[in-house]
Design a protein around this ligand. Structure first.
Ligand code: DI6
Ligand code: FE
Length: 407
């Protein structure tokens, strides 16, 4: 066999269902060819072959490249001033009602050029990629009209063009009410369903459709219209659900076979049961939980008991989760949500892939899957959520090519 790359002297947390914690293989070998994993297993079992490059990893751990499955990475401006207001006591909802919050980011995003958006987002993306992120989802939702939603999604696509990271785009036009539709939620939802989504889908700019179902955003009935439109356009759906209150959005999303429901602090037992039936991933976002000083925990045990897969993501956005570290989210997932280190790592690999509909090709180290790998200078995988504020990522590989070469 001829391989492009052979990694030896490493330990692999494959995150596959092998019976072993983390799907671990001690003393593993990983062969890569044509951008895919050509062989992975215990080194003693490796078939005969030659590799163009063989790298000894000195006992380091290899995991699937991390997947950040919920971000609003592309936007103009920032919200540091609002952060200062919140610290003086204003709540997220009060700021939103007073025309700040999302609306201020919409203004800055509309004012930015496509190139400005790409440049600002590329810097943020670089931080995430430095931690071994090889796949990221990026939502629109700060344009809120066709021209600007398109601009955001084009910027997101452009970030993936160099091939160093897979970018999955999600149209979140139903994120907030734009100023020109003030007081007319129904009118804006009609615009989203009749103009924005069909055009975005027609241009191939979105891989999925999301909405914000909440008192300060859109009702379940309006969300249903968005989902019906997505279905007609052949796009899978996701939902910002039960972040601030229980709206029953989760059950609605499950009815549409949603890939994921995200946030979920206020989800009901019925919502959890509906997710289990639809095999919808629960994407938990500890960065927003932290920044909003939320105290209500998402029902982790109920998810576990019902067998709902749990993912963890940054929710990177300028308002409620301006974090640039997925590893920090893994730490918070353990400390705030009491998830195990293995659960949070699954949440940024296999389950995150499922939240993007990529589970057949990403999120595990398995023969035939994309050769997206992260290499860590740690002694055990639990260290990925044990350390916080540091970065033990020693290297990363995207589709078989080095993004960050091990020293
Ligand atoms: N929930 C969130 O956490 C973000 N959007 C949403 O629907 C916040 C977006 C922002 O405040 O800019
Ligand atoms: Fe979000």
């Amino acid at each position: 066999m001829n391989w492009d790359l052979l990694l030896i002297d490493c330990r692999a947390a494959t995150m596959a269902e092998s019976g072993a914690p983390y799907g671990a293989i001690e003393d593993a070998a990983i062969a890569v060819a044509g951008g895919r994993i050509a062989w992975i297993g215990p080194r003693r079992d490796i078939p005969l072959g030659t590799a163009k490059e063989t790298v000894k990893l000195n006992g380091r751990w290899v995991t699937p490249g991390l997947i950040d499955c919920h971000t609003h990475l592309v936007y103009g401006g920032d919200r540091a001033a609002e952060f200062e207001l919140r610290l003086k006591g204003a709540t997220y909802e009060e700021i939103a009602k007073a025309g700040g919050g999302i609306a201020s980011t919409v203004k800055a995003t509309r004012a930015a050029s496509l190139d400005d958006l790409v440049a600002a987002s590329a810097l943020r993306l670089a931080s995430l990629m430095g931690e071994g992120v090889t796949t990221i989802e990026i939502k629109s939702g700060y344009g809120l009209d066709l021209e600007n939603e398109r601009k955001q999604l084009r910027a997101a696509r452009r970030l993936g063009e160099a091939g160093l990271v897979t970018v999955r785009t999600t149209c979140l036009a139903a994120h907030a009410l734009p100023p020109e539709f003030s007081g007319d939620n129904e009118g804006y939802i009609a615009r989203v369903c009749e103009e924005i989504l069909p055009a975005i889908a027609g241009e191939g700019l979105a891989d999925a459709v999301d909405a914000f179902c909440e008192k300060i955003a859109f009702t379940p009935a309006q969300t249903r219209r968005v989902f019906e439109t997505a279905k007609k356009l052949g796009l899978p759906v996701k939902l910002h659900a039960e972040q601030l209150s229980d709206q029953g959005g989760t059950q609605l999303a499950a009815e549409f076979g949603a890939l994921s429901c995200d946030h979920l602090e206020y989800v009901s037992d019925e919502g959890v049961a509906a997710m289990a039936r639809a095999d919808t991933v629960a994407v938990l976002l500890p960065g927003a939980f932290y920044a909003l000083r939320e105290t209500k925990l998402p029902p982790i045990d109920a998810f576990r008991k019902a067998g709902v897969p749990i993912a963890i993501s940054t929710d990177h956005n300028p308002g409620t989760s301006p974090t640039l570290s997925l590893l920090l989210m893994l730490s918070m997932g353990t400390t705030f949500f009491r998830l195990t280190p293995e659960e949070v790592l699954l949440g940024a690999t296999r389950h995150a892939a499922q939240a993007l509909g990529l589970q057949a090709s990403h999120g595990q180290l398995k023969t035939g899957m994309a050769a997206d790998l992260a290499i860590w200078s740690v002694e055990r995988p639990a260290e990925l959520s044990y350390w916080f504020g540091g970065n033990p990522c020693a290297g990363s590989i995207k589709n078989g090519s080095w993004v960050k070469r091990c020293a």
